[in-house]
Design a protein. Structure first.
Length: 129
């Protein structure tokens, strides 16, 4: 049985193929080692980033809580100011309404009855009755 394997008949070719194979294997080993080093470096960076995030998280949450508290206090103060403003405007209007009722009691009763009837009409029509 004859073989066409050129390595059997040409020792120089076999040596060249062997040298090339060894060179490719060496380069593959180097590439694997470089990839492992790069992976180790990337994993280390990720771990450091996570550690930093764990350290920063309480501070960030505390700062967010303080901001929320400040906004809540500001909102409450604005609501109190709006209530004071409404009260200050409502007082004179109430006095004017009382003075009008004292001057014209019959007209006031008729206006109140008319407004009540109008509201009743609007509410019963909007509810589908």
């Amino acid at each position: 049985m004859a073989t066409n394997d050129s390595t059997d008949t040409n020792p120089a070719f076999a040596s060249t193929v062997s040298n090339l194979s060894a060179g490719v294997a060496t380069q593959a080993d180097k590439a694997i080692s470089a990839t492992q080093r790069a992976t180790d470096i990337a994993a280390d960076k990720v771990h450091r980033g996570l550690d930093q995030l764990r350290e920063d998280m309480p501070f960030a949450l505390s700062r967010a809580s303080a901001n929320a508290d400040a906004l809540l206090a500001e909102g409450a103060e604005r609501a109190r100011e709006a209530a004071r403003l409404i009260r200050s405007r409502a007082g004179p209007m109430q006095q004017q309404a009382q003075a009008y009722i004292r001057r014209k009691p019959m007209q006031s009763v008729l206006i109140a009855a008319g407004v009540g009837a109008l509201l009743t009409l609007l509410l019963t029509r909007s509810s589908g009755r």
